[in-house]
Design a protein around this ligand. Structure first.
Ligand code: HEM
Length: 178
């Protein structure tokens, strides 16, 4: 490890990480449970989709900032999970997070365009009867399941480090002296 390798992430990384975690968690909850439970005739449906769209846009902007930081600032050394296979899984999960979130943003934007959501939000057009008429809806749904599995793996890994390896890895993603 070089002398300049930091022990923890910068405060900007920390804020972005926890903000994205909260927003992605909310989006998975709203997308999987809240939105399907409201009928398209209910005015709340448009409101839900509108917040889903704006939060999706916020996640995308945070993701772009995170990617810029990744290539312009130094990060701590990769975490050691104690064996080569787990270390590989850890790296793969992180790369997949970026790919999946980019896929969610692109497929969301595709639906936004194809279903003319600005007109739906302004009330000029009715809520689309079935988003599955638009191809990106299939990708959005499929990727969201993979994202959910990755979130569970990521949380599981954090708990493994905290309570089994007891290496307090989570402190690297919190504020403190570098
Ligand atoms: C990281 C960002 C995003 C996440 C995590 C996310 C998550 C989800 C989830 C979990 C679903 C339900 C999928 C299913 O169970 O099949 C969904 C549906 C949907 N999302 Fe997203 N989404 C994101 C971004 C966006 C964006 C930017 C838009 C832009 C408009 C969007 C528009 C939609 C639409 C139109 C639906 C379908 C609603 C319906 O079928 O009635 N999403 N999203």
């Amino acid at each position: 490890m070089s002398e300049t390798t930091p022990k923890r992430y910068t405060p900007v990384h920390v804020v972005i990480h926890w903000l994205m975690a909260l927003l992605v968690f909310m989006m998975l909850g709203v997308g999987k449970f809240a939105m399907p439970s409201v009928s398209p005739q209910d005015p709340q449906k448009v409101m839900l989709l509108q917040s889903h769209t704006y939060i999706g846009a916020a996640i995308t902007i945070l993701l772009i900032v995170r990617l810029i930081l990744k290539f312009t600032t130094k990060s701590p050394a990769p975490a050691d999970a104690g064996n080569a296979f787990l270390n590989f899984v850890g790296k793969a999960v992180h790369v997949l997070f970026y790919i999946l979130l980019i896929g969610m943003a692109i497929s969301g934007l595709g639906m936004y365009q194809l279903a003319n959501l600005p007109a739906v939000f302004s009330g000029a057009q009715a809520y689309p009867p079935n988003f599955f008429d638009y191809l990106p809806r299939n990708g959005h749904g499929l990727l969201s399941w993979v994202l959910l599995v990755l979130v569970l793996l990521h949380v599981g890994a954090a708990l493994y480090h905290q309570f089994i390896r007891k290496d307090n890895l989570i402190a690297r993603m919190w504020f403190g002296k570098s």
